[in-house]
Design a protein around this ligand. Structure first.
Ligand code: SF4
Length: 383
């Protein structure tokens, strides 16, 4: 069967080589190291899958930011869910949250001990399950603005009275402020996630660019999307420019998806919240509005959550460096546990659990293993 033409266009080798050469010329003009950040686990996945990191110029450092929703879900948020499930409440969650460690246990650990935890694949499924029963059902709703819109749509479509949402949804643009203002940050430009910008629009980054004088380029997820996004980003950096550039115009507009944004802000309001290992992010959490208190699990089960004992954190969790990695200060190989006591089959930190977590991606693609010898992080071809 023939591959669709559009797909071939975005993986065209000759175009890729031309972009690589342009990136190299830009770095030669810079005459110094440049550090940029992509703010999305899907970008890191694509970079690893297509071996792009091995093609980046030696002085171009591409860091991953706080763009893995599983990784930034705070341990106490998981603990709350574990506490409810352990008390016999029926809890529904996306599969990638199952193995993320809370302070002491993951939802998977709780399920193995008899707690009621079920995996769902879409927010609509939570409503279907609730409709089929009379008992309370809690949907542990995680993810960024993309999945928050799906949760919002369910709550705006006459949900059953026994459906309760425990929201751990987060708003990515707020975390970019934290990264840009964190002490020691060397990030000179940001590659923003095309799928999230499809919802928010690229205009959402304009205040950030004005505030920090750092360029933002919105990019898609095909190899040529990423390479062209990096070219446009690095060229801005070396020319001293700071603008929002939409390098994903086939999906992203300046104003985004107005219907989706309307649904999002009718259901959620921004609140300050802790992002795992990173910081307290002002306006970084998406909380259910008071009008939806009848479906808010944190209201319905407030007494149970207040009564839950605070779990004792496992000892090795203190060594996890996910926070430093997701703020662009460290690489996975800077963590002493990477690939030794922290592996995908035995994760210590959240970045080793999710398929969008940078530690898991680097581990599975063999990235970083040869870095010490080569003097570059992640410079080896994926295995
Ligand atoms: Fe955390 Fe494991 Fe990554 Fe270390 S290797 S930073 S413990 S997830």
């Amino acid at each position: 069967m023939k591959e669709p033409l559009a797909k071939l266009e975005f993986r065209d080798v000759a175009r890729g080589r031309a972009l690589q050469a342009r990136l190299e010329r830009a770095m030669e003009r810079a005459g110094r190291a440049v550090t940029v950040m992509h703010v999305c686990g899907s970008h890191e996945q694509a970079i690893a899958r297509y071996g792009l990191r091995a093609r980046f110029p030696a002085d171009l450092r591409v860091q991953m930011g706080p763009g893995c929703p599983v990784c930034v879900t705070d341990a106490p948020e998981i603990d709350a869910c574990v506490a409810l499930a352990t008390r016999g409440v029926r809890v529904l969650t996306y599969g990638d949250m199952l193995r993320v460690p809370g302070r002491a246990r993951s939802l998977d650990d709780a399920r193995a001990a008899g707690a009621r935890v079920e995996v769902i694949y879409a927010a609509t499924q939570a409503a279907e399950i609730a409709r089929a029963t009379e008992e309370p059902v809690v949907f542990f709703a995680t993810g960024f603005e993309t999945t928050a819109v799906a949760t919002a749509a369910v709550l705006l479509a006459e949900p059953p009275a026994n459906l309760f949402v425990l929201s751990a949804h987060k708003w990515v643009p707020a975390a970019m402020d934290v990264v840009a203002s964190s002490e020691g940050s060397a990030i000179e430009g940001y590659l923003a996630a095309g799928h999230a910008a499809t919802i928010t629009g690229c205009g959402v980054f304009e205040p950030f660019v004005s505030r920090y004088r750092r360029p933002v380029v919105v990019a898609g997820f095909e190899p040529l999307d990423i390479l062209s996004g990096l070219v446009l980003l690095v060229e801005q950096v070396i020319e001293g420019k700071a603008e929002v550039v939409n390098a994903f115009p086939r999906c992203v507009s300046r104003d985004g998806n107005r219907r989706a944004l309307d649904a999002l802000w009718r259901v959620f309001e921004p609140g300050d919240g802790d992002w795992r290992g990173i910081a307290r992010v002002p306006s970084g959490d998406l909380r259910l509005r008071p009008q939806l208190a009848a479906h808010d699990a944190s209201v319905r089960f407030a007494a149970e959550l207040d009564a839950a004992p605070t779990p004792v954190a496992r000892a090795d969790a203190a060594e996890c460096r996910c926070g430093g990695i997701m703020t662009g200060l460290l690489q996975p190989t800077d963590c002493r546990l990477f690939g030794t006591s922290c592996r995908p089959d035995a994760p210590v930190g959240a970045c080793m659990v999710s398929t969008e977590g940078v530690c898991r991606i680097w581990h599975e693609h063999g990235l970083g293993r040869a870095s010490a010898a080569e003097g570059r992080e992640g410079s080896r071809e994926p295995t």
